[in-house]
Design a protein around this ligand. Sequence first.
Ligand code: 6PG
Length: 228
Amino acid sequence: MAEAAAGLVAGQANASIAARGRFMIALAGGSTPRILYRALGSSTNANLLTWGPWHIFWSDERCVPPDHADSNYRMAKEAFLDLVAVPADQIHRMRGEDSPDAAAEQYDQSLRQVFRAALPAFDLILLGLGEDGHIASLFPGTAALQEKTRLVVANWVPQISANRITFTLPLINAARRVVFLVSGQSKAAALKEVLNPNPALPPLPAARVRQKSGELHWFLTQDAAGLL
Ligand code: 6PG
């Protein structure tokens, strides 16, 4: 799954760079993507890919410092960013150490500046899937799911009694490409509900990824797809 996803990311990077001179990617947090990031940081890819035009973002972050064990930034840094030549000022970290609202506002503004657009269209947004169907830090029943105008918000998540910083659905749904990486039997039930939703139930956050004109790719392991 990781090799296949790395192949798609590399291909889209080269295509975006050829078309627009840069590659704008938002990384997923959690543990699943680590194998993809390690594949991107492998000696082959590290030397083969043109990293200079890459801009790295995160679709969410925990409210912790960048060196904290739970930091999505730290996970990606250790898995591949320390191994590839993306210019440091093109690695756009969410400031988990700041107050959640301030960090979200800062990131929202920086996106609009870097993309020079009111609604940035990422070349690729990577997402994982929570067992409850959450994406980024858009957990079921949380306020951020209702956000219609801001790109990035702070979100209090009662399920984990923690604040998070997260992309909102308008930003995710503006992406040219969204790529899901789903691994493990524990995700099979959520995946089934996302892909074959029960109309009597409110849609899970992952089921609300509906880009206007973008591509949606699912990379699944056998066990995650076990109920499809
Ligand atoms: C995070 C992620 C979150 C993650 C899912 C799946 O910050 O944790 O953004 O949305 O993708 O919770 O996590 P795993 O890959 O660890 O199962």
